[in-house]
Design a protein around this ligand. Structure first.
Ligand code: DQA
Length: 152
């Protein structure tokens, strides 16, 4: 089983960025514990602050072997926190629709208790499941759900 976690813009600063909202743990530390807890799963990780790079990585996960990208194997599912692109990106919405593997949408914070511009998601209508507001542990919850979904 091979799962790709994608984090969008500003999520490279987890642990430093607004810790009252996003927590004090870096994603690298969290990813280490997640990988140890799921040794049977290959967990790939990609973070980018650039919309097009996120789209390329979704295509690669779904179809593999895109010539200019380094890691050619397709994977079984995607866990995506698109950051602020969640609220703006029709292009990421279309990329998720363009691949057949399932995508789980994750948000660390409960976006619905925050500013109104965070209440709309372009990802939700094309996501197979959504985990919102459980802090960084949301990625583990998404992985649990995705593995169960793929086992069906
Ligand atoms: C976020 C919520 C978004 O509104 C915000 O732009 C982020 C992080 C979250 O994980 O809570 O960058 O996706």
């Amino acid at each position: 089983m091979r799962i790709l976690i994608i984090n969008g813009p500003n999520l490279n600063l987890l642990g430093q960025r607004e810790p009252a909202i996003y927590g004090a743990q870096s994603f690298d530390d969290y990813l280490d514990t997640l990988r140890q807890a799921y040794p049977q799963v290959q967990i790939d990780y990609f973070q980018s602050n650039h919309e097009g790079d996120i789209i390329d990585r979704i295509h690669q996960a779904g179809y593999g072997n895109l010539s200019n990208l380094s890691n050619p194997s397709p994977c079984d599912g995607i866990i995506l926190n698109a950051g602020a692109y969640t609220h703006t990106s029709i292009a990421i919405h279309d990329a998720i629709k363009a691949v057949t593997i399932p995508t789980i949408e994750v948000h660390i914070s409960n976006v619905h208790t925050r500013e109104p511009f965070r209440h709309h998601s372009f990802i939700s209508p094309v996501a197979h499941g959504i985990i919102i507001g459980f802090g960084i542990d949301g990625y583990r919850l998404a992985l649990e759900g995705l593995l169960k979904m793929l086992a069906r």
